[in-house]
Write a protein that binds this ligand. Sequence first.
Ligand code: TRP
Length: 332
Amino acid sequence: MEKKILYSGMQATGVPSLANYIGAIKNWVNLQKDYNCLFCVVDLHSITVRQDPDFFRTKARDLLTLFIALGIDPKENVLYYQSHVPAHSELSWILNCYTHMGELNRMTQFKDKSQKHEDNINAGLYTYPVLQAADILLFQTNLVPVGQDQKQHLELCRDIAMRFNNIYGEIFTIPEPYIAPVGAKIMSLHDPTRKMSKSETVNENNVIFLLDDPDTIMKKFKRAMTDSLNQVRYDPEEQPGLSNLITIYACATNHTIEECTKEFADSPGYGYIKTKTGEAVVSMLEPFRKRFKELQADPAYIDGIIKNNAERANIMAQGTLAAVKDAIGFPK
Ligand code: TRP
C-alpha cells in the first residue's frame, strides 16, 4: 500500500527545547518509517515578526542541521526551507482569495500575537494560517501532527480545501489531524506549572535547549524547583516540580513513570533525583550535540542536502499548483 503523506513545519525561533524534542521531534523520527514525511523549516512564516538577517539565516540553517542530527533522514524524508519552494507563496495568494476575513478574525493565535506585537500587526500575521494551509495542501497531505495550538489552523485549512474542491472538483486531499500517542508534557524547570517553552524570556534556566552542553544541563537541573514535602510521589498537582523531573527521567531512560517513581523511592533527597535526571538527559542529548557539530563542520554536505531536498519539494509541489491554476482558468 502507498504510504500516507505526513506534513509538519517548524519555525526557526531559537534552538528547540527538550519539550519540543520529547513532545514533537522524537515522534517525527518514529513516523518516518511509516509515512512519506515532509518536514519544513517555515521561514516565510517567520517574517511576520521582524528578523535580523544574519541571525535569521543562521537559525534557519541550524534548525535544519539539528533535525538531521536528531535522526530525521534527509533522503527518506523531504526536509527543506519553505522559502526555497516558491509554490508556497503562489498557492498562498490564491488561497487568500478563497478565505473569508470572518474566518481569519476568529483565529485565536492571531489575536494573541497581535497583542504581543502591538507595534507590528501586519497583514502577514493575519493571513499566516492561509500560508500554513498552502504548505499542507500543496503536497496532498493526508496527515498533520497537531498540538492543541494548531488545531484551529488545521480546521481552517480543511475548510479552505473543501470550499475549493466544491467549486473545482477534487483538487486537494483533505488533511486529517495526526494525533500522536500521548506524548509527555514537559514543564518549565523553575515554574513547573507552566510549559517548558523555547521562547522563554524570563529565565533561561527554565529551559533545556537541545544544544546545551553537559555542564549547563546539570546546572539547570540542580536549580530545578521542587517542594519541601520530602516524599517521592508522582503527583503533578501537589508536587509539580518533582513530577516533572520524574517525567523527564522516564522519557530520557525509556521507562515508565511507575518504574521511575519506584526507582527514586528511597533516594537520599531531591538533589539525587535532580542529578540522576540531569545525567539521563545528558546521555540522551550528547550524541545529538556531537552529531550536530560534525554536520556543522561539513557545510558542503549540508548544502547538498538543502539543494537536493529543495528540488524534490519543488517537483512535488508543481503538480498541485498546476492543477489549481488550470482549474481556476489561468492562461496556459
Ligand atoms: N504554524 C505552525 C506553528 O507555529 C508551523 C507550521 C507552518 C506548520 N506550516 C505548517 C505546522 C504546516 C504544520 C503544518 O507551530
